[in-house]
Design a protein around this ligand. Structure first.
Ligand code: ACO
Length: 368
């Protein structure tokens, strides 16, 4: 082994891979800032299109103040691609089918390309869900606000105010989060000047994994496996004894509770109060959360493991009638705004991302 195998060379520890004005994740304080605004102020008060404007400001020319109409037109435009959702593609996991349809969009660096990319997961996800359920896709309503139209395309009926507010709060909450794995992937591809579509496809591919955006579906499996509050401790202890991780807990950066979990808890309760999901489901999930946090403290005393965004994401998206198999696609509907803003920020800086690797293999053999 090379002499450097155990430690990175001087100067490579904790390398900063990007400077950004877009968001800051404070893992010690449990605080998220998005473009100078605290998540606590944004979630529950801001529509998704206004959050997109906030993220895009200064990164695109001719940005309208209100993106509602432009996003509506983009949804109508990308809906044409749904005709390419054949039986083979519809048999894939929803995130793979959505990614394949998104790959049909032309690459480019302009605002029109960016708006099509925001519209794409919003339109393709309901279409894939409906086709998988044997139903016909519902065409977008271009005059509607983004979140309202997504829910209408999903269920075929006009959503209520609590549903629209819940989805807006979710999309805003997950729109950007520092240099997470999918955003890093998007920035790397953007830095090669491959185009925004390529950058977003890299982002969605990274998001799909269960250690990143693929966790909320398994949260539902965990809740269904536990079944009742009385069974929570035994189920969790058995899962940890098998060496499994509890989905919806732990984070690379947060050493305290993920602030996004609380940003979603309010909308989850509001939805339950309005009839979606049911108050019993929320109370049950809170009992599971309390048992999990208690057990994780003794399971990993040296590693603070707290609730992350995915736990309440699962409850929120379930209450909005998204099937767990498509939760990652809904995450992509929000995070695509962050990927695009980061891609444009990377392009503005102009440098190719080229991290240094640390060679830990053998030295070349001397010729005999
Ligand atoms: N349940 C049980 N044990 C855990 C959990 C968990 N959820 N998370 C971490 N640990 C344990 C690990 O097994 C490890 O133990 P070890 O040292 O004995 O091997 C220790 O804590 C440290 O774990 P790491 O993998 O080093 O922590 P890392 O920072 O890489 O992981 C991650 C962060 C991937 C989120 C992890 O906590 C996890 O797998 N959580 C479950 C999946 C999940 O909820 N993902 C969504 C994250 S939020 C997002 O991406 C939007």
């Amino acid at each position: 082994m090379n002499a450097h195998a155990s430690a990175p060379p001087e100067g490579l520890e904790g390398v900063v891979a990007a400077r950004t004005v877009l968001s800051e994740v404070d893992g010690q304080a449990g605080r998220l800032i998005i473009r100078g605004r605290s998540l606590d102020d944004l979630a529950g008060t801001t529509r998704f299109e206004d959050l997109v404007s906030l993220l895009f400001e200064g990164f695109f020319e001719d940005l309208p103040t209100d993106l509602t109409a432009a996003l509506g037109a983009a949804r109508a435009e990308v809906f044409a691609e749904v005709t390419h959702l054949d039986a083979d593609l519809a048999a894939h996991e929803p995130v793979e089918a959505v990614r394949a349809l998104m790959a049909r969009l032309a690459d480019g660096d302009d605002l029109a390309t960016a708006l099509r990319l925001i519209a794409a997961p919003a339109v393709f996800t309901p279409a894939v869900i409906r086709i998988q359920a044997g139903q016909r896709p519902v065409a977008p309503g271009p005059a509607l606000p983004h979140a309202a139209d997504i829910l209408r395309m999903l269920t075929g009926v006009a959503p209520g105010a609590a549903q629209i507010a819940g989805l807006d709060a979710y999309l805003v909450t997950v729109s950007d989060h520092g240099l997470n794995a999918s955003t890093f992937a998007a920035r790397v591809v953007a830095s090669t000047r491959a185009g925004l579509t390529s950058a977003v496809l890299a982002g969605i591919s990274a998001l799909k994994g269960p250690l990143h955006g693929g966790a909320p579906g398994p949260v539902i499996e965990m809740l269904d496996g536990i079944g009742s509050p009385d069974n929570a401790r035994a189920w969790i202890e058995a899962a940890l004894a098998r060496g499994e991780r509890l989905m919806g807990f732990g984070h690379r950066i947060y050493r305290v509770r993920d602030p996004r979990a609380d940003a979603l808890k309010g909308p989850v309760r509001a939805l339950a109060a309005s009839g979606g999901g049911g108050a019993g489901r929320v109370a049950f999930a809170e009992a599971v959360e309390a048992a999990a946090l208690d057990i994780l403290k003794t399971h990993k005393p040296d590693r603070p493991l707290d609730t992350n965004v995915e736990f309440y994401t699962a409850l929120l998206l379930e209450a909005l009638d998204f099937p767990p198999s498509a939760f990652t696609c809904v995450f992509a509907m929000g995070r695509v705004a962050g990927w695009l803003a980061h891609a444009r920020e990377q392009l503005a800086g102009g440098r190719l991302v080229r991290p240094q690797s640390v060679y830990v293999g053998p030295e070349p053999r001397k010729a005999a």
